[in-house]
Write a new protein. Structure first.
Length: 262
């Protein structure tokens, strides 16, 4: 028997799956676990044996009650790959750099979906019901929300980093950044300092956070060596832009680490 959904509409009616999805679920429930996995692994939507993503979500959730972790893992892997394939690729057309905005959208949407699945493993999550009703539409809405937030964060960050007339760093940012080095060797060895630094980094906008983390790993902003991996290449931005983001991040970290006292 196919388990009904629990999410209700505003007028109190239960959400229902499309009739074709219900029919597919009835057919698929008669398969063995191995047969189901083989069917779910088909990627071409025009294949007559293709399993709709709404059905795949159902069986991933259903594995919660049959105490079959192996079955869950096999189906979960297929579902996760489907979600990732539907999200924007982070790599730019040159194949050497990555789009920060696309990376943020991809990470945000996938992270949210996995979070919902994880919650559902311990206690039924009604939010996942949307994916059993309209999988593509629900995923598309998540992408739009993540895209809007990524653009807002990026624009908010950029707008206060440059002088509108010259395009240079504002005096305020330059003064705040100063010659502050959050990775000063004399400080970084202190566990308490590292803990406060990690907390401060977590508050940065996504792009600044990535730049800081790459600096922390010793990746240079730019290099005369054409084959060297640099932050500018990875993010597909100019050296000047990277340094601007870095200085803004340093200013924010300095303020956070000093409790706001300069």
């Amino acid at each position: 028997m196919i388990t009904p959904l629990r999410k209700k509409t505003l007028d109190g009616k239960l959400y229902t799956r499309d009739e074709k999805i219900e029919a597919s679920l009835t057919e698929l429930e008669g398969l063995t676990r191995d047969e189901l996995v083989v069917r779910c692994d088909i990627r071409k939507r025009d294949d007559p044996d293709y399993v709709p993503s709404e059905c795949l979500v159902y069986f991933v959730r259903a594995s919660r009650s049959d105490n079959n972790n192996t079955g869950f893992e096999r189906l979960y892997k297929i579902l996760a790959e489907r979600v990732l394939r539907s999200l924007p690729r982070a790599e730019n057309a040159d194949g050497k750099t990555a789009s920060m905005t696309k990376t943020t959208i991809r990470d945000t949407v996938f992270g949210k979906f996995i979070e919902l699945l994880s919650q559902d493993r311990t206690e039924y999550s009604e939010k996942l019901d949307f994916f059993e009703v309209r999988f593509d539409k629900t995923l598309r809405n998540l992408k739009l929300d993540a895209q809007k937030k990524a653009w807002r964060d990026e624009n908010r960050s950029v707008s206060i980093e440059y002088d509108e007339e010259t395009g240079e760093l504002t005096d305020e940012v330059e003064r705040a950044a100063g010659n502050f080095d959050p990775f000063c060797q004399s400080e970084i060895d202190d566990p308490d300092y590292r803990s406060r630094l990690d907390a401060a980094i977590d508050t940065l906008p996504p792009e600044q956070m990535r730049i800081i983390e790459m600096l922390r790993m010793g990746i240079p902003i730019d290099s005369k060596d054409a084959d060297a991996v640099t932050i500018a290449k990875v993010l597909g931005k100019s050296e000047k832009t990277i340094r601007t983001h870095r200085d803004k991040a340093f200013a924010a970290l300095r303020a956070a680490m000093s409790g706001g006292d300069q």
